[in-house]
Design a binder for this molecule. Structure first.
Ligand SMILES: [Cu+2]
Length: 113
C-alpha cells in the first residue's frame, strides 16, 4: 500500500502535464507479463512502461521503432506513438513476454485530410 502511494507520487512528480494530457497511458510489467497486453491508443499518445517486477525487463519493438534497454524495478520507459499502426513488442531478456500497441489515427479538426 505504501509502495503504491509512493509510486503514485513519483508518477505525479514525473508527469507535471499528466492532467492536461489525460490520454497518455501506462503499461505495467509484472509477473513476467505486460499489462494490458494489448492496448489501443490515438496517434500522439505517450505510453509509459513501468517495471514492477524484482528483476530487469526490456521493452523492444519488433520493428525496432523503440528499445528501452534493461529496466530495473520501478524504472520506466516512455515512447510517443506518432504514426498509426500495430506495434508488436517483447522483452529481450524473456522473449515469451510480448505485447501490442495499436495506434489509431488521431481524430480532430487538425487531422490532415
Ligand atoms: Cu523480461
Amino acid at each position: 500500500m505504501i509502495r503504491t502511494i509512493a509510486l503514485l507520487c513519483v508518477l505525479v512528480a514525473a508527469w507535471p502535464s499528466a492532467a492536461a494530457r489525460a490520454a497518455d497511458v501506462s503499461v505495467k510489467i509484472a509477473n513476467f507479463t505486460f499489462s494490458p497486453q494489448r492496448l489501443t491508443v490515438k496517434a500522439g499518445t505517450t505510453v509509459t512502461w513501468i517495471n514492477e517486477d524484482d528483476i530487469p525487463h526490456t521493452v523492444n519493438a519488433s520493428s525496432q521503432a523503440f528499445k528501452s534497454g534493461a529496466l530495473d524495478t520501478d524504472q520506466k520507459f516512455s515512447f510517443t506513438f506518432a504514426a498509426p499502426g500495430s506495434y508488436q513488442y517483447f522483452c529481450a531478456l524473456h522473449p515469451h513476454m510480448t505485447g501490442t500497441i495499436v495506434v489509431e489515427a488521431a481524430t480532430g479538426s487538425n487531422t490532415p485530410r
